[in-house]
Design a protein. Structure first.
Length: 86
């Protein structure tokens, strides 16, 4: 179970590099963000280095494609965790 205010990644939480892109999957089940997929998607798309975001409210997962030279999966997870409190 996810503790309030936290986000856990798909095991293993390793970004898969694809050239200058990497892809990661985050599990947002048990957070307030499940009910606000559009809000979350818009906020993540504004982050420098985020290329694409897909929020699936039914599976409670976020798939994010990003440039690992500009941002890390850990920074994206931290941002999602902060958004959970807003």
């Amino acid at each position: 179970m996810v503790q309030p205010g936290t986000v856990r990644g798909e095991p293993p939480t390793v970004a898969i590099p694809t050239g200058k892109r990497a892809r990661g999957v985050l599990d947002i089940s048990g957070t307030k963000l499940v009910d606000r997929p559009t809000f979350l998607e818009e906020k993540l798309r504004r982050m420098q280095g985020v290329i694409d975001v897909e929020v699936n409210a039914f599976s409670s997962r976020i798939t994010v494609e990003f440039d690992p030279s500009l941002i890390t999966l850990d920074k994206i997870k931290a941002s999602v965790a902060r958004r959970n409190g807003s």
